[in-house]
Design a protein around this ligand. Structure first.
Ligand SMILES: N[C@@H](CCC(=O)N[C@@H](CS)C(=O)NCC(=O)O)C(=O)O
Length: 310
């Protein structure tokens, strides 16, 4: 089997989470760099319109959202290194908490403190995506001091929840939960001028960040093969989806129905429409056609996504 292809950009924190996860699970991968803001003309044919970063492509199977990508990586690599001692559910819940509670605060701080320097199309795009309707630069500035306090309160509690000799879920072995800590620290440290000073107050978080970065060194960053975006489209075109077909959970949805899938939050994310291919408690897959790639199966987690009949 050819290596999985990560569609990402190097500055993306969610992509960093997945790069670290692949490093920890010893999965080798190919890298396709995508633009930071739409249009993303070589990604859209693969995802049916899903535009977030990262996306993991395995032939003509396309996995969206890190909550789904992480278990896929575990299956491709050394699962015990990502989810030791059967901790998958706990690690995913932990990561979801980091993504939904800490990341929104962190991204507000990073974007607000970059308003004067970041390109205006980037600020506009991310504002609509992350802050919902009705956001403004003035409101972000006005709320910054309070947001920093909220961020610090959450970091403090997270740090205090971890034993000084152990990892996030307890025990002496790191897991995907620690990867979630590492990506958040990486983001705050690298993109917020006060990040390093802020993080220095949380020794357990810094220790875990350093351990994860060193456990994955070279695999998450430099030693990956680069792939041209058009070659990735060709890979999809020459492949058939290999993922299963069927409805595995009691629900009103039926196989083959045309459905749309979109994040269940107030954001500008477009819906992705396709024929229902597979559904279980954790994953929804739809078949999507595009002239450039033929038929691809696009996969999303059920958690956090709204499936609707078209
Ligand atoms: N729930 C998604 C969130 C991903 C996300 O928001 N990623 C950011 C980049 S770090 C993004 O997509 N930004 C807009 C873009 O890249 O177009 C996941 O876990 O994968």
């Amino acid at each position: 089997m050819t290596d999985p292809i990560l569609h990402h950009f190097w500055a993306s924190p969610f992509a960093h989470k997945i790069r670290l996860a692949m490093g920890l699970a010893r999965v080798s991968w190919s890298s396709v760099e995508i633009p930071r803001v739409p249009p993303k003309p070589f990604l859209m044919p693969l995802t049916g319109g899903y535009r977030r970063t990262p996306v993991l492509q395995i032939g003509a199977d396309v996995c969206c959202d890190t909550q789904l990508i992480a278990p896929v990586i575990a299956k491709l690599g050394d699962a015990e290194r990502l989810f030791p001692n059967g901790c998958e559910a706990r690690a995913l819940m932990f990561s979801e908490w980091v993504d939904q509670t800490l990341f929104p605060l962190a991204v507000r701080v990073v974007i607000t403190t970059a308003l004067d320097t970041a390109p205006s199309d980037f600020v506009k795009d991310r504002g609509d995506l992350y802050f919902g309707s009705g956001w403004s630069e003035a409101k972000l500035q006005n709320e910054l001091a309070g947001v920093i306090l909220q961020l610090q309160a959450s970091l403090k509690r997270l740090d205090a929840s971890i034993h000084p000799d152990q990892y996030a879920l307890g025990g002496l072995t790191p897991s995907y939960a620690d990867v979630a800590i590492a990506y958040l620290c990486w983001f705050l440290r690298g993109r917020w001028a006060d990040g390093p000073e802020c993080l220095a107050r949380y020794p357990n978080l810094c220790r875990i960040e350093a351990d994860i970065e060193s456990a994955t060194d070279g695999i998450s960053q430099g030693q990956v093969s680069q792939l041209d975006a058009l070659d990735a489209l060709q890979v999809a075109k020459e492949s058939e989806p290999q993922s299963p077909i069927g409805i595995q959970v009691k629900s009103a949805f039926e196989l083959g129905q045309v459905v749309s899938v979109r994040p269940f939050v107030d954001s500008s994310d477009p819906a992705v429409t396709g024929r229902l291919r597979y559904l279980d408690e954790a994953r929804v897959s739809i078949d999507v056609d595009h002239a450039e790639v033929g038929s691809v199966a696009v996969h999303f987690p059920v958690n956090g996504y709204q499936i609707s009949l078209q």
